[in-house]
Design a protein. Structure first.
Length: 242
């Protein structure tokens, strides 16, 4: 039996308090997979506002399967998956930008894409959305690159710009697939500092995946370990230390 539903926060039975906010996502004994064949079994976890959750495991262990299910892109096999906010409040940052380098795009134009869902077809991009572009670029520390070609940016800058694009939807929760893969050490530090800032100051819930367990243990509030079809949770004692 499976149950997957988007609910108002009050529908979660009033669980939570001022000190422990209601979860944005709750999975209870969920099996996840493809064509009714489980890849991950017995998944139970909550994602709450302001939490920084690192999903750690080797390549092919099921990290992306977990993300696709939470995002509503993959139906669960069994169990219960509840969301207390609409899917429009989810921001997603892929591992790689699926953008054609032959098509010239500025940094500002790439970030604008995150606001297209609020703009009617053939409507000029509204001034309020243009203002939002500047705000999210400032938030990720790259406003000075607005007119630069996206493809002329470094790997670390591109990753922060994809985060800015996801922030355009004004999300309550963000999911990032291997955001630290293929970037240098300085970029890794700036990206992790940004993720911590977004959870602390903006109260976003953030899930990010990585195969670097040591880094996840330094940064995350909670670790979700994924391997061999199993998933288990670890609390970090010294989370958010860079």
């Amino acid at each position: 039996m499976k149950w997957e539903k988007d609910l108002d926060a009050i529908s979660l039975g009033g669980r939570g308090s001022l000190d422990e906010p209601l979860p944005l996502v709750r999975l209870e004994n969920v099996n996840l997979g493809y064509d009714s064949v489980p890849v991950l079994q017995g998944v139970s976890m909550d994602v709450r506002p302001g939490s920084l959750v690192g999903v750690a495991g080797p390549n092919g262990s099921g990290k992306t399967t977990l993300f696709r299910s939470i995002l509503g892109l993959l139906p669960i096999v069994s169990g219960s998956l509840l969301r207390s906010c609409p899917l429009s409040s989810f921001g997603y940052v892929p591992q790689n930008a699926t953008l054609d380098p032959e098509f010239p795009l500025s940094v500002g134009e790439v970030v604008e894409m995150g606001g297209y869902g609020r703009v009617r077809p053939y409507q000029p991009f509204p001034a309020v959305e243009k203002k939002r572009v500047g705000e999210v670029l400032e938030l990720v520390g790259l406003k000075h690159l607005k007119a630069k070609s996206f493809f002329a940016c470094s790997g670390g800058q591109k990753q922060r710009l994809l985060i800015a694009r996801a922030l355009m939807v004004d999300p309550k929760i963000m999911i990032l697939d291997e955001p630290l893969s293929g970037v240098d050490e300085e970029s890794r530090r700036s990206i992790t500092e940004l993720l911590i800032k977004l959870t602390r100051q903006n109260r976003l819930a953030i899930l990010f995946s990585s195969h670097d367990l040591e880094m996840v243990q330094r940064v995350a509030d909670q670790i979700v370990r994924v391997d061999h079809g199993k998933i288990w949770l670890e609390e970090t004692k010294a989370g958010r230390q860079l």
